[in-house]
Ligand binder design. Structure first.
Ligand code: UGA
Length: 438
């Protein structure tokens, strides 16, 4: 099939590359010329495991452009809108990029039937809003109403940064929401190789053992949109729940890793997303939980559980600094090393990363902050030039001659440091219960 993906962030790029690998003809469009130039040179503009290899493998079926007129929208079967939807001050999503994309698509549609898919995480109800924009743009450019030549669908994405391609090829489920049955048919055909799991797995991303056919959930637009928010909020509150238990566990002298294991082995609960520590960050959980609470408010509903999950999460960033102060007594003039800056391992993404808040709070209290991260230092320097942090390329150097170390991101290489020796000399705070320090 012929596919256009608008927006080459994590979601768009991984989707485009995976669909091209599966044999579809894909165009990826982004307004960011630097990104498109890199992609045209087969270079990944973001750090994501296996993306470089997959860009090469997808090469015969994929092209990149900044220009809508080069995207052949009039003969495209599926257009994915996967542009950014950053948060506004009130927690609601800024939909300006979605609007621009929908308008550009609508004005270029023709007689060929095209499914316009919202893949960005958009507020509930956005499907109808996008449909209206596409329709108005079509009328504006063609001078008459569209005649059943397009349909809107919602196809939320559940991939995680750091394992984005594996999640795309081997999803737990695919959700397709639309009111037009033709849209559901087109999208199930597009995803057929993923649903049947009958494609040849790339060497770098072998199919997980025992992986069978993937269930597809077909539903209406609003349900598909809500599934995305409800899934992310549930995962976020699962993490906040284990962190609440971790606080009590510390007080009563229990081992939270064993507690989490003991809970997670109950198949009704499940072991995943019960890793305790300094909580979630990233571009999704914070934004989506805030958006869910904001949407509920529009309907005069409160969401106290989701709101509490947020409170618990963001309080953890203060708790780290308070615990450090309790240990060192005085923070002023102390040198504190943060190990890990990215919001999670295997990514260089700093959005809503706990490291930023922790660094700010420490600096405010007069501490000298050092930091190491295997891949995120350049992003940190560029995005937060105002933060006075001394950066180290070598984790061993970063932890020598300091008063305290905080493990912020559980990069596996940090396990190799001599923690026993460090612990005998300085304060060590394992922000991810990762080191088994006893
Ligand atoms: C999350 C969801 O997991 C994806 O399903 C979803 O598609 C994505 O948001 C999105 O909406 O785009 P992501 O934010 O990339 O994915 O990463 P996660 O692996 O979910 O981690 C989020 C945060 O939770 C990280 O800061 C991580 O350190 C933290 N976390 C995760 C924990 O603190 N404990 C855990 O047990 C798991």
């Amino acid at each position: 099939m012929k596919v256009l993906v608008i927006g080459t962030g994590y979601v768009g790029l991984n989707t485009g590359v995976a669909l091209a690998y599966l044999g579809h003809k894909v165009t990826c469009l982004d307004v960011d010329e630097r990104k498109i130039k890199m992609l045209q040179d087969c270079k990944a503009p973001i750090y994501e495991p296996h993306l470089d290899t997959m860009l090469e493998l997808a090469c015969p079926n994929i092209q990149y452009t900044t220009n809508y007129d080069e995207a052949d929208i009039a003969i495209t079967d599926v257009v994915f809108i996967s542009v950014g939807t950053p948060s506004l001050m009130d927690g609601s999503a800024n939909l300006e990029y979605v609007r621009q994309a929908a308008h550009s698509v609508g004005s270029r549609l023709n007689d060929h039937f095209t499914v316009v898919v919202n893949k960005s995480t958009v507020p509930i109800g956005s499907g109808h809003w996008v449909s209206a924009i596409v329709r108005d743009a079509y009328i504006e450019s063609h001078g008459h109403k569209p005649d059943g030549n397009y349909a809107i669908a919602s196809n939320p994405e559940f991939l995680r940064q750091g394992s984005a391609l594996a999640d795309t090829f081997y999803p737990d489920r695919i959700v397709v929401g639309a009111s037009d049955a033709r849209a559901i048919d087109v999208l199930t055909n597009l995803y057929r190789p993923l649903l049947n799991q009958d494609f040849a797995a790339p060497d770098c991303l072998p199919r997980p053992e025992g992986m069978g056919a993937v269930p597809v959930v077909t539903c209406d637009l609003a349900s598909a949109e809500l599934i995305k928010y409800a899934a992310n909020s549930f995962l976020a509150l699962k993490i906040s729940y284990i962190n609440e238990i971790a606080a009590l566990s510390d007080k009563v002298g229990a081992d939270i890793n064993q507690v989490a294991r003991g809970i997670g082995l109950d198949s009704r609960i499940g072991p995943r997303f019960l890793n305790p520590g300094i909580g979630w960050g990233g571009s999704c959980f914070g934004k989506d939980t805030a958006a869910l609470v904001a949407t509920a408010k529009e309907y005069n509903l409160e969401m106290p559980i989701v709101a509490a999950a947020r409170d618990v999460n963001y309080r953890l960033r203060d708790t780290v600094v308070e615990n450090l102060q309790a240990e060192l007594k005085i923070l002023k003039g102390r040198t504190v090393t943060l190990l890990g800056l990215a919001f999670k391992p295997n990514t260089d993404d700093l959005r809503d990363a706990p490291s930023i808040d922790i660094a700010k709070k420490l600096i405010q209290r007069g501490a000298k902050v050092r930091a190491h991260d295997p891949v995120a230092i350049e992003n940190m320097k560029r995005q937060y030039p105002e933060l006075e942090i001394e950066y180290f390329q070598d984790a061993n150097e970063a932890v020598s001659d300091c008063d305290a170390v905080v493990l912020v991101t559980e990069w596996p290489e940090y396990r190799k440091l001599d923690w026993k020796a460090l612990k005998s000399r300085i304060a060590v705070l394992d922000g991810r219960y990762f080191l088994n320090l006893g």
